[in-house]
Write a protein that binds this ligand. Structure first.
Ligand SMILES: Cc1cc2nc3c(=O)[nH]c(=O)nc-3n(C[C@H](O)[C@H](O)[C@H](O)COP(=O)(O)OP(=O)(O)OC[C@H]3O[C@@H](n4cnc5c(N)ncnc54)[C@H](O)[C@@H]3O)c2cc1C
Length: 333
């Protein structure tokens, strides 16, 4: 465990790269250290879903636990992965080692430990489909705990860990990758692939599409989708589609549909809108970018403007997907 005690720039610790600082950053490389750690920290992975909107007064615990253990049963490959491993590297390694399953989730930035927190998902697949259990340190009970998949409260971009923000430090994530693998081509953009496409072909296609659609945070700082795709009632959708016949929808259940937040923002002509150094990306309306010299105030102003305009036009309350932090910690959405 390494603790750095001078004022630390947070620019390199989150992908939106606002120029704020923190007083201490603790690098956690072993789960065993958690029991001795003074309990006043904010847990951070690779900062790709987190934005510091001002200087941060609390300590940061950067989870950097490594580990890649693999075993197999007749039906599946069983993996135990350290929370500090990089997600995309895990996808690459499993495919290289002949264990398909995670290919649709290629190139999602961030750590393995953060994957269960918001149940990362893309191209018709969610991490929860392959997670068998999650190991964590419970800060309230001060003990190590393990949650079976059905105890994790997984839902769309949600979980028990997100609902109880700050309570658990995830140390290891266990995955079960079935051997009777079939490609998942359910998502429209993958429908052009042949039914017998290999996992590598699926992954390469996902990577190509993602690279063409999403700004690379290393080039143009951003935190991915800024808002969640809202779920609305079918009645609400019926009133909207009468006014906007091309409004796309994804069925959730008999009573609810999901609509694309990016489509709503785009429809309002907000692509390219700027507030100080923050802008709505000009190709992908769901992503806000730091064009340089941005501040937390710019970001909050632009987010409010978008939320207000979407509400006025569509009567939909957009929910922020990214974790916003002020000096004391997590801000309420
Ligand atoms: C360009 C871009 C594209 C993206 N595309 C997608 C996408 O397609 N699908 C998707 O779902 N997401 C996407 N994201 C969001 C992001 O990649 C995920 O949310 C990712 O899981 C964040 O990982 P992280 O390690 O950077 O988490 P951080 O930003 O460091 O943390 C996120 C949250 O998880 C908590 N956390 C982190 N590590 C732990 C831990 N070990 N224990 C307990 N809590 C922890 C933090 O406290 C925080 O609340 C994208 C982001 C970017 C920048």
């Amino acid at each position: 465990m390494t603790t750095t005690h001078k004022l630390i720039s947070l620019k390199e610790l989150h992908t939106f790269r606002l120029p704020y600082r923190a007083h201490a950053v603790v690098e956690l490389t072993s789960a065993d250290d958690l029991a001795q750690l003074k309990d006043d920290y904010y847990v951070l992975g690779e900062g790709s879903n987190t934005i510091f909107t001002e200087d941060f007064a609390c300590r940061i615990l950067r989870v950097a636990i490594s580990g890649y253990e693999c075993s197999e049963t007749e039906a599946s490959y069983e993996l135990r992965i350290g929370a500090g491993e990089n997600w995309h590297k895990l996808v690459l390694k499993t495919l290289k080692d002949g264990m398909p399953g995670l290919e649709n989730l290629a190139l999602i930035p961030g750590s393995v430990g953060a994957a269960p927190v918001q149940n990362i998902g893309a191209y018709g697949v969610e991490a929860a489909q392959f997670i068998s259990s999650v190991e964590a340190w419970d800060r309230k009970k001060k003990e190590f705990v393990s949650f079976a998949k059905n105890e994790c409260g997984f839902a769309y971009r949600d979980s028990l860990f997100k609902q109880n923000a700050g309570r658990y430090v995830i140390t290891y994530v266990n995955f079960s990758l079935p051997k009777n693998w079939q490609p998942n081509l359910s998502y429209g953009a993958l429908a052009g692939l042949p039914n017998d496409a290999s996992a590598t072909e699926v992954m390469d296609t996902v990577i190509t599409i993602r690279n063409s659609k999403l700004p690379n945070p290393a080039v143009l700082p951003n935190a991915g989708s800024f808002f969640k795709n809202p779920v609305i009632s079918v009645q609400h959708f019926a009133t909207l589609v009468a006014r906007f016949p091309d409004l796309p929808k994804y069925t959730v259940d008999d009573n609810h549909v999901k609509v694309a937040a990016g489509w709503l923002i785009d429809r309002l002509g907000l692509k390219g809108t700027t507030c100080g150094g923050v802008a709505v990306h000009d190709k992908q309306a769901l992503v806000l970018v730091n064009k340089g010299g941005a501040s937390g105030t710019d970001l909050l102003k632009l987010a409010k403007l978008i939320k207000d305009k979407v509400y006025e036009e569509f009567a939909i309350e957009l929910e922020i997907e990214v974790r916003l932090l002020d000096k004391k910690g997590l801000m309420s959405a």
